[in-house]
Design a protein around this ligand. Structure first.
Ligand code: COA
Length: 175
């Protein structure tokens, strides 16, 4: 599966993509808002394999794609959409990028492409996303893509010695 954006190519993962993912998931800037304090090669290989396995689902309900730079082929992150169940009108999105590529509008562009795919190809009506409230950049990515804040789950997560509020965002097809 391939999705083109003005500056990016989103494609299905292959197992050999894991070193590129490992390189950025170990970055402290990336790890700051996650439960993880570090990542191991085994963990990242399993992480990538999970996305490879999605490609064999019948019918396929999960599409977590590698975000790449077309000129070099470099894997700089992932972005995807998953239906809540086969044939559902509802889906959830998730995305992440290498910190070396932040602040260039790439996440906004990748999310726009995955949303188009969801609304037109998958025929979904409602797409939701959640994030920790400290993740201001991620909230902006959603707002720039027409998502609305639907709720705040206070102290929903606990890791790294503190509680984290979680924000729920969603966009429906007409918006
Ligand atoms: C969230 C993430 C994907 C954003 O990627 P990105 O390519 O930098 O995003 P964009 O450049 O498209 O947009 C980021 C927006 O956030 C803004 N932003 C970034 N950091 C900010 C901060 N600390 N305070 C306020 N705004 C901030 C940017 O200015 C930009 O908004 P603008 O276009 O209005 O100026 C990236 O930071 C990331 O991968 N983080 C780690 C993984 C993660 O959090 N994934 C999402 C889980 S829900």
């Amino acid at each position: 599966m391939l999705l083109h954006t003005p500056r990016l190519l989103l494609r299905d993962f292959v197992p050999g993509d894991w070193p590129a993912v490992y390189a950025y998931q170990r970055d402290p800037r990336y790890l700051r808002l996650y439960e993880w304090t570090d990542r191991t090669p085994d963990e990242v290989q399993a992480f990538v394999q999970m996305f490879v396995d999605q490609q064999a689902e019948q019918p396929r309900t999960r599409f977590q794609l590698a975000v790449t730079l077309p000129a070099s082929g470099e894997v700089i992150g992932n972005c995807g959409i998953r239906l809540t169940a086969a044939g559902s009108h509802e889906a959830e999105i998730g995305y992440e990028l290498s910190p070396n590529q932040w602040g260039r509008g790439y996440a906004t562009e990748a999310v726009a492409a995955i949303l188009r795919f969801g609304f037109t190809e998958l025929g979904v009506h409602r797409v939701s996303a959640w994030l920790v409230a400290d993740n201001v950049a991620s909230a902006r990515v959603l707002e720039k893509n027409g998502f609305q804040l639907e709720g705040r789950l206070r102290d929903k997560e606990r890791y790294k010695g503190r509680y984290w509020d979680v924000l729920m965002y969603a966009r429906v097809a007409e918006e």
